[in-house]
Structure formats: structure tokens, C-alpha cells
Design a protein around this ligand. Structure first.
Ligand SMILES: Cc1cc2nc3c(=O)[nH]c(=O)nc-3n(C[C@H](O)[C@H](O)[C@H](O)COP(=O)(O)O)c2cc1C
Length: 193
């Protein structure tokens, strides 16, 4: 929570594509989230492939340092990822692999909400479950329900690439309301004097 009582929500897209449906879903959160959410987008573009030799020689490269800082500052993270071959995108997995090298791991106890958009009717649900598996060893706190799975995403954006489908927008708004409750529930209880 920042000095203005806002919850800082980091929005990470697993797609690097400019017209990504997943990024469009995250952009829609600016209009669909509770008023005290401040949505901060962070691109995974430019993060090099994790190479343990280079990490041991040079530490975290600047794009990873920027991501680590963004994660640290966030009250919660929304990840929207495409499903690539029944799993998450390589870009997202690689970014999480980097984050996991920092000790303590910045994802521990971090509230995370998961969204997926895909051109197939199944909406990338298998990728969502792959992501839950990846987040588990890092002890991130993934919101269980509601799930938001955006199938046939190409039919749900308008000519400008904005997420326009009303049912999907309603589902995202409901998920963000639940996510707000989840974030507040995971807050440490202040010690009594
Ligand atoms: C390498 C690759 C693998 C894909 N595998 C799947 C898949 O397993 N399941 C699925 O629903 N869509 C799959 N797709 C199609 C994606 O859903 C589609 O490209 C989608 O638009 C990607 O998300 P984006 O719009 O956010 O970039 C795949 C696409 C690519 C490029």
C-alpha cells in the first residue's frame, strides 16, 4: 500500500506480442479493478535467457533487476499468459526462473491472480495450471477462484485491440474484487503492544 492508500498491482503479460490478447486483458484492468488498485504494467521484453554461468559471473542483468524491484514493490501481481504448447510462454517461465534465484525469493507470500487468453476455445486453461505448479515452489499465494479463461480471444477484442466482450469484462471485474479481498486477507497482522 502506498502513501495514498492505493494497492499497487503489478501486471505482467506472458506475451511479448504488441497486439497480445493477454496484454489487452491486463490493460482492461485499469477500467475494471477496484478504485484503490493502481495497475502498473511491466514488460518481460529484453529479459535474457537464464544462464547460470552468466548469472554466477555477473549477477542479475538490468532488466531482471527492474523486474525484481517491481515485484518487491507490488502489493499483488496479475499474470496474464498465453498457453504455448499446453504450458506457459517461455518468456514467462524464464522470468520466473530469474526471480527464483533472488534470496529471499520475492514471490514468497505475494498474492497472484492468474488470467489466460488464447485463440483456441479452451482459453489456455492448461497453461494456467502449469503456472500454478511453477508458482508453488516459490510460495506465491495464487488466488484460487474465480478463474478467468478467455477463449477465442480474437473475437473478444474490438478493432483497436481493446478487450470489448462484456461477459469477459464482468468476469475480470469479479476476479479483481476477489483478488482485493485475497490481498487484504494475506496482510500480516500488526503486532499488538
Ligand atoms: C508457440 C505457440 C504455441 C501455442 N500453443 C497453444 C496452446 O497450447 N493452446 C492454445 O490455446 N493456444 C496456443 N497457441 C495460440 C495462442 O493462443 C495465440 O497465439 C494467442 O494469441 C497468444 O496470446 P497473445 O495474443 O497474448 O500473444 C500457441 C501459439 C504459439 C505461438
Amino acid at each position: 500500500m502506498d502513501g495514498h492508500g492505493k494497492l499497487r498491482i503489478l501486471a505482467i503479460s506472458g506475451s511479448l506480442r504488441k497486439k497480445s490478447y493477454n496484454t489487452a486483458a491486463l490493460e482492461a484492468l485499469r477500467e475494471l479493478s477496484p478504485p484503490d488498485f493502481e495497475i502498473v504494467a511491466h514488460s518481460l521484453r529484453g529479459i535474457p535467457m537464464f544462464d547460470q554461468d552468466e548469472y554466477e559471473a555477473g549477477g542479475f542483468p538490468p532488466p531482471v533487476v527492474a523486474l525484481l524491484e517491481a515485484v518487491d514493490r507490488a502489493d499483488g501481481i496479475v499474470i496474464a499468459s498465453p498457453e504455448f504448447n499446453h504450458s506457459v510462454s517461455g518468456a514467462l517461465k524464464n522470468a520466473i526462473d530469474w526471480l527464483s534465484r533472488k534470496k529471499p525469493v520475492p514471490l514468497v507470500d505475494k498474492p497472484v491472480a492468474i488470467v489466460s487468453a488464447a485463440t483456441s476455445p479452451n482459453g489456455g486453461i492448461r497453461g494456467q495450471y502449469a503456472l500454478r505448479l511453477i508458482l508453488q515452489p516459490l510460495e506465491a499465494q495464487a488466488l484460487l477462484m474465480p478463474e478467468v479463461v478467455i477463449g477465442r480471444a480474437q473475437d473478444k477484442v474490438d478493432a483497436d485491440g481493446r478487450l470489448a466482450d462484456e461477459a469477459t469484462r464482468t468476469a475480470l471485474a469479479a476476479q479483481m474484487t476477489a483478488f482485493r479481498r485475497w490481498i487484504l486477507r494475506l496482510r500480516p497482522v500488526p503486532a499488538t503492544a
